[in-house]
Design a binder for this molecule. Sequence first.
Ligand SMILES: [Zn+2]
Length: 87
Amino acid sequence: MPIYAYKCESCGLAKDVLQKISDPVLTDCPACGKATFKKQLTAAGFQLKGSGWYETDFKGGNSCAAPAAGASDGAACAACPAASTAT
Ligand SMILES: [Zn+2]
C-alpha cells in the first residue's frame, strides 16, 4: 500500500497518509479544515512500486534454474539465452 505525502497550502500541515490506490484523494486538511490539502509527488510511493516490479522481473528472468529434461551437457533450459545458440 503506497504512502502519499500531503501538504496543506493554507496552514502548511504536512502529513504522510497510507492509502490504497483505489482510495479517493484527500482534499480537506485535518488541521484547518480547508480544501487545500494537496497530494504531493514524492519518491516514497514510487520507490515501493519500483522495488516490487524489479523483484518480480528478477524472479521471472531466473526461471531456468531447473534444466529441461533431455538437455545434454548440463545445459540450461530452452528459455535460457545460452541454450538457444546450441540448437
Ligand atoms: Zn490546513
